[in-house]
Design a protein around this ligand. Sequence first.
Ligand code: SF4
Length: 243
Amino acid sequence: MTSAVQRHARKARGFEARVAYAVCLLREAAEDHAGRVVQANSLGVEGMVLTDMIARHDLPIAVATLDTGKLHAQTLALIPRIRERYGVDVQVYRPSVEAVVQFVGRHGENAMFDSLALRKACCAMRKIEPMQRLLAGHSAWVTGLRREQSEARRHVPFYELEDNGREKFYPLADWSEADVWHYVARFDVPYNPLHDDWYASIGCAPCTRAVSAGEDPRAGRWWWEHGATKECGLHLQPEVASA
Ligand code: SF4
């Protein structure tokens, strides 16, 4: 079986400049928001590239992640690997135990397949509420979204000011999949082995599947839904996300 690095890594024209600009944005975020900026690492390959950059350049940016209670074991195993490799203490945020018990008791473990409303309610409980706690007290955050990932992300900027006044940085906005994997190969970045099994975008286990060659990278997320609904709300404004 070929690895994700073997399948995708390729040095494209302008790669060094894109790396330099991404580091520049991270440095700017760290300087402008000293002690108040966090990387939300979803433990997919883009998140790992950003954590590598933050550690490699010794930038004072906190690294945090969500453990929704529904992640693959391979995804969770990356948390101690980050600690071992980079010495970075990953802050882990989980949903409220009480909310999970109530939701599962009322709707079952697989409610996400029953209706779009229940799927969104599950994402609100397991992702959005813990994410709000993760971001609390921070004036800026960093994410690994890329324009190429889906139609819905086609206009991702490098930087934006959210309505709540928090700044959001997207250092990999203009990176291709080949860029991401070339960076992984070059710096030997640890990554989720599910990527080798054709998982392009990795989320919760029940809601993620592998994709075929040439398929949209987000096609494996909530594959039973269509188009515009296929976001969990983490990257929408809070009032929209919780709708
Ligand atoms: Fe629930 Fe699936 Fe959303 Fe995870 S991705 S929070 S399991 S609906």
